[in-house]
Design a protein around this ligand. Structure first.
Ligand code: ADP
Length: 268
């Protein structure tokens, strides 16, 4: 096995670690292990992968999976141009051939046939058989597969089969502890520490709200949005209503409950 090489890049996107996830990811990469990241929307999964790719000096190819995404979308297809047919690599094939991280965001959304191409890449064979060209690609030593999904809102049919899950090392993400989330909000929005503290406290209160029709709670992403609106001069109450209540629900009672919590924190 050829060990991958590290060449750090200067332009690394900001990521505030929550625990030892950066060291874990790097260890997985050194050992050529595929990584599965689980966690709610907006908790930092994508930023983490972008940060690690830059830190390790690897190209990053991100695919946002959706329910029409097929194996051919990942692997590639024959195209017609100038009267001739030619093969065009898909994003997965490009990463396998040239090296780098292929990040499949919300992988459970993709069509079932995609697992067929992922399996031989996620065991020690590290190969990608391309049925349509007859090629069997051996993955570059620098290739790494990273997939993510949100276990919270997928219904039973949209989950990874155990035979697929067991091919990955898995990391669970969640909204960060208040100190970490505070650091993220300040750094991402530029608002002052006091306002950021109020926002993080509010997020805690909103996340504890139970008994309402909420699929998901306030994410770190939405908290950063609220902070950015405030940094742009919006009144805190307006910023929070727009970023922390309206995006979460269309249900009038649930909205009223969220707004009541926001009012208590920011009305003064
Ligand atoms: P996900 O991929 O989990 O849906 P993202 O990675 O897109 O979420 O995170 C959404 C936003 O939240 C980021 O753009 C960033 O502003 C912020 N964020 C969340 N967690 C962190 C963190 N630990 N460090 C830096 N930024 C973070």
């Amino acid at each position: 096995m050829n060990a991958p090489t590290v060449s750090a890049q200067l332009d690394v996107p900001f990521y505030q670690p929550v625990g030892s996830e950066c060291e874990l990811f790097e260890a997985a990469w050194r050992q050529q292990l595929p990584v599965l990241i689980k966690g709610p929307t907006g908790c930092g999964k994508t930023r983490f992968v972008a940060h690690m790719a830059a830190r390790l000096g690897l190209p990053l190819i991100t695919v946002s999976c959706h329910d029409d995404l097929t194996a051919a979308d990942l692997v590639g297809r024959h195209l017609i141009g100038d009267g001739a047919t030619y093969w065009s690599d898909g994003p997965l094939t490009r990463a396998v051939r040239e090296g780098g991280i292929c990040y499949l965001d919300e992988v459970v959304e993709a069509r079932k046939d995609t697992t067929v191409v992922l399996h031989p890449l996620t065991d020690d064979r590290r190969i990608l058989p391309i049925e349509r060209t007859g090629e069997v690609l051996e993955a570059s030593p620098d290739f790494m597969l990273v997939v993510s999904y949100n276990p919270g809102y997928q219904h039973v049919l949209k989950t990874l089969k155990p035979s697929t899950r067991q091919r990955f090392v898995a990391m669970s993400f969640d909204f960060p502890q208040p100190e970490v989330e505070h650091a993220v909000v300040v750094r991402e929005s530029g608002i002052d520490a006091g306002r950021a503290k109020q926002l993080v406290t509010l997020a805690g209160q909103l996340r504890r709200l139970t008994g309402y029709d909420l699929d998901e709670s306030v994410s770190t992403r939405l908290l950063v949005y609220a902070a950015k609106l405030m940094a742009a001069g919006m009144a805190p109450l307006t910023a929070c209503r727009t970023a922390l209540a309206e995006p979460l629900t269309d249900d009038a009672d649930t909205l009223a409950a969220l707004l009541a919590v926001i009012d208590t924190q920011f009305a003064a």
